[in-house]
Design a protein. Structure first.
Length: 261
């Protein structure tokens, strides 16, 4: 249940607070969203709160990448081992990768532009929205979030910053993928040998195919938690301002910006 009752049907709302997270509209840079889709298909849509689309694109890219061994082929090609890269790459599925990859970039860019337009309409309509939601398993409410705290927690283990700002779906995806990468790439073991100065052994134990997913996951968790912490704080200020004006400000109050002398 939530604390929202509205007898009027508004066309647009700035936000919706659910037990799984806060969905909100705000202005975004379409180019930045598209670049996150370049980094990993699905990330741009997750930033736009389109979780089903984002998860579908994410797991499709992951599945095709594993079938084709694309990350391994990329690493070999970057090191100049073109012959080995061709031998590793599974050409049977590679052409399934390209259309979905380009679609992810295009659709996230287009959707960002559309959501920016809807945000302007919702802001003008000034419709009230729920700010508190609770059920038997979880509760959520809007409040001030410290962006730097979200960033620091995301730098320790990906997903912790997203849990701090109550983005449950994004946090779950980030945590599952982080655990998969750590286990299947032998990343901890490779890092151990790296700290001991045994660089050849470190390169030997790390599985490049899985490890190359980690930079995208890691920096996405940092950006997602930080940027959404900033926007949640803005949403809290907006709701508090609207509440105080509606409940406590006199209808006869007039704010003069300046008088001519």
């Amino acid at each position: 249940m939530n604390n929202f009752r509205n007898k009027y049907k508004n066309r647009y709302y700035l936000a919706n607070v659910t037990t799984f997270g806060t969905i909100q509209l705000h202005q975004r840079n379409p180019l930045i969203i598209a670049l996150w889709s370049v980094a990993f298909p699905g990330f741009g849509h997750i930033l736009l709160h389109k979780f089903l689309t984002g998860f579908a694109l994410f797991f499709w890219e992951f599945y095709i990448n594993q079938l084709t061994q694309l990350n391994t082929a990329m690493m070999l090609s970057f090191n100049g081992n073109i012959v080995q890269a061709k031998a590793v790459l599974n050409e049977k599925y590679i052409y399934l990768y390209i259309p979905v990859y380009l679609f992810s970039i295009w659709d996230s860019y287009r959707t960002t532009i559309d959501e920016n337009k809807v945000h302007l309409l919702a802001k003008r309509e000034k419709a009230k929205f729920p700010i508190f939601s609770v059920n038997a398993f979880e509760m959520n409410f809007i409040d001030k979030k410290q962006p730097w705290i979200a960033l620091v927690w995301s730098m320790t283990i990906p997903s912790l910053g997203q849990l701090y700002i109550h983005r449950i779906f994004a946090a779950a995806l980030t945590l599952v993928m982080t655990m998969f990468i750590v286990i299947h790439s032998n990343m901890i073991e490779g890092f151990h040998y790296f700290l001991l100065g045994n660089f050849p052994k470190s390169r030997e134990v790390i599985g490049a195919q899985c490890f190359l997913y980690f930079p995208s996951i890691y920096f996405f968790g940092m950006y997602d938690s930080y940027s959404n912490a900033v926007e949640l704080s803005k949403l809290f200020d907006h709701e508090q301002t609207d509440f105080l004006k509606r409940e406590h400000q006199s209808q006869d109050f007039v704010l003069h910006k300046g008088e001519k002398i």
